[in-house]
Design a protein around this ligand. Structure first.
Ligand SMILES: [Zn+2]
Ligand SMILES: [Zn+2]
Length: 118
């Protein structure tokens, strides 16, 4: 089922596919992460690449349900993929070795919970 994003903004960053896939830094063309297509409702990623480029990704889908809860919990890592601790939905991968610094916010579509890492 096709989903329509309510908001999409990419700064100095390239996505392999329209709403997900590999994330590339436009400064050095290196892979800096991976975003799963169908499991998130919101993804906001700000980073500074080791090449010096600063960039960001901001994608938001219309939410089906109204309430979104924020969780203090951390995402869990399963096979290099950051996953929702509630339902184990795979959400994203951040390739820390290519990044000088980063922060992100991601919400899981399945349980409507938002996770934040600064
Ligand atoms: Zn770079
Ligand atoms: Zn979840």
């Amino acid at each position: 089922m096709a989903r329509i994003p309510a908001y999409k903004e990419l700064i100095n960053t390239r996505l392999a596919n329209t709403y997900g896939g590999w994330i590339y830094c436009e400064g050095c063309n290196k892979t800096i992460g991976y975003l799963c297509y169908v499991t998130y409702d919101l993804f906001r990623f700000d980073y500074r690449c080791k090449c010096g480029n600063c960039g960001s990704v901001h994608l938001v889908f219309e939410r089906q349900s109204t309430e979104q809860t924020s969780s203090e919990q951390s995402l869990i890592t399963i096979k290099n993929r950051l996953c929702c601790p509630e339902d184990k939905s795979p959400l994203a991968t951040i390739l820390e070795k290519n990044l000088a610094s980063y922060k992100y916010e991601i919400s899981c579509k399945t349980c409507n919970t938002k996770y934040q890492v600064e």
